[in-house]
Design a protein around this ligand. Structure first.
Ligand code: UGA
Length: 440
């Protein structure tokens, strides 16, 4: 099939490359010429495991190309995917400006029947909006259909997730269009659900909001664990054995960041409100999440008797492991709070340092975890990269001014760390001396 993909962010580029790998002819489109150049040279503009190899192979085999010309790509394609950004506006509602612009360009370029598939995360009703914009812009009454095909890939495992999706949701009001998209995904042999447009659009937000809810739920319980001498890791483990609950997304810690959960929960709350329903539940997910870095930094402050003049080392900056993405990363909020109180901040992340450096040029950026530990009053694990799992903790302890370890992702075994001579704090875990426990 001939496919055009508008937008070469995480979703667009990975989708385009994977469709090419399945034997389709794919044209990736982006308004940014530097991204287009990089893709045509076989260099992925984003860091994503496995993507470069797949990109190069499909370029070499002639199934993939990139351009800035959406009109031309549309004219050549049977199916046009919209995978552009929907960044939050000041009100928290997603901006549909890029979706609208893509729809208008596709409308103007229509030269025969096309299926326009929206993959950008958009509020319910956007499919109808895209249809209207295309109708208003087409130069002749060419036929087309709009399909909603939400994306569930995770950054850091985007290629794997796209090749092995848990489910493929195809929302279309015309079965003929739905079947064409079914055909496109058939080689993946994964469960497919065909729904109407609105249902598909809500599935995306409901899924992300529910995952965010699980995280905020477990973090709220973690606070209770700290005050009662319970251990959130064991609570979550036992809860997770119940298949109705499931063990995924019950890791307490600094909470969720990234370009999706914070923005999607907020957008969903707005949608609910627009339809005059009560958004309290969704607002609470965000409120709990916003409080995580504040509480974490308080724990460090309490231990050190103030932060002014102290040196705090951060392990990990990306919003989660295996990505260089720092959008809404918890690290940024932790850094802001630490600097605000006069601390010196040292940091190391395997790939995300340049991005943080652009925001905070004055931190002390280090080459590895050991350098971060040198003369630090506290070490804080922010992102659970694999390379932080098996550090030489004796070396770390000896390098530090004071051996204080704050584990923002509950990566380490508290007993082991205490045996090694650290003061250890894990979120929602029993403190060594019951210091956070309140006896009523
Ligand atoms: C999320 C969803 O998981 C994807 O299914 C979805 O397609 C994507 O958003 C999107 O809408 O595009 P992503 O933002 O890449 O994917 O990252 P996640 O792996 O879901 O992690 C999000 C955040 O939650 C991270 O900051 C992570 O550290 C945090 N998290 C995750 C926790 O704090 N606890 C957990 O138990 C799990």
């Amino acid at each position: 099939m001939k496919i055009a993909v508008a937008g070469t962010g995480y979703v667009g580029l990975v989708t385009g490359v994977v469709f090419a790998d399945l034997g389709n002819e794919v044209i990736c489109v982006d308004i940014d010429p530097s991204k287009v150049d990089a893709i045509n040279k076989g260099q992925s503009p984003i860091y994503e495991p496995g993507l470069d190899e797949l990109l190069q192979r499909n370029l070499e085999e002639g199934r993939l190309s990139a351009t800035t010309d959406l009109a031309q790509a549309t004219r050549e394609a049977e199916v046009v995917f919209i995978c552009v950004g929907t960044p939050p506006t000041e009100t928290g509602e997603p901006s549909l400006a890029q979706v609208d612009a893509a729809a208008a360009a596709i409308g103007q370029a229509l030269n025969g029947y096309k299926i326009v598939v929206n993959k950008s995360t958009v509020p319910v009703g956007t499919g109808d909006r895209v249809r209207r914009i295309i109708e208003q812009n087409r130069t002749a009454p060419y036929d087309f259909d709009v399909v909603s095909n939400p994306e569930f890939l995770r950054e850091g495992s985007a290629v794997h997730d796209t090749l092995n999706p848990d489910r493929i949701v195809i929302g279309a009001d015309n079965p003929r269009a739905a079947m064409k998209i079914v055909e496109l995904y058939a080689p993946l042999e994964r469960p497919m659900l065909i729904t109407n447009l609105a249902t598909a659009e809500i599935i995306k937000y409901a899924s992300n909001t529910f995952l965010a809810l699980k995280i905020s739920f477990i973090n709220a319980v973690a606070d209770l664990c700290e005050r009662t001498g319970a251990d959130i890791v064991q609570v979550a483990k036992a809860m997770g054995y119940d298949p109705r609950i499931g063990s995924a997304f019950l890791q307490a810690g600094l909470g969720f960041g990234g370009s999706c959960f914070p923005k999607d929960v907020q957008a969903f709350a707005h949608t609910v409100q627009r339809y005059e329903l009560d958004p309290t539940l969704f607002h609470q997910i965000l409120a709990i999440n916003d409080a995580r870095p504040v509480q974490f930094v308080s724990r460090i402050r309490e231990r050190l008797g103030g932060l002014s003049g102290r040196t705090i080392g951060l392990l990990g900056l990306a919003f989660k492991p295996n990505t260089d993405d720092i959008r809404e990363a918890r690290s940024l909020e932790v850094i802001r709070l630490l600097l605000h109180e006069g601390a010196t901040v040292k940091a190391y992340d395997p790939v995300a340092m340049p991005r943080v450096q652009a925001i905070y040029p004055d931190l002390i950026y280090c080459r590895n975890a050991y350098e971060v530990a040198e003369n630090a009053d506290a070490l804080a694990l922010i992102t659970e990269w694999n390379e932080f799992r098996q550090l030489n903790f004796e070396r770390i302890r000896n390098a530090m001014r004071q051996p204080n370890l704050f584990d923002g992702r509950n990566l380490y075994d508290p007993q082991r760390m205490r045996k090694l001579g650290f003061y250890y704090y894990g979120v929602g875990r029993t403190a060594e001396n019951g210091e956070f426990k309140t006896v009523l």
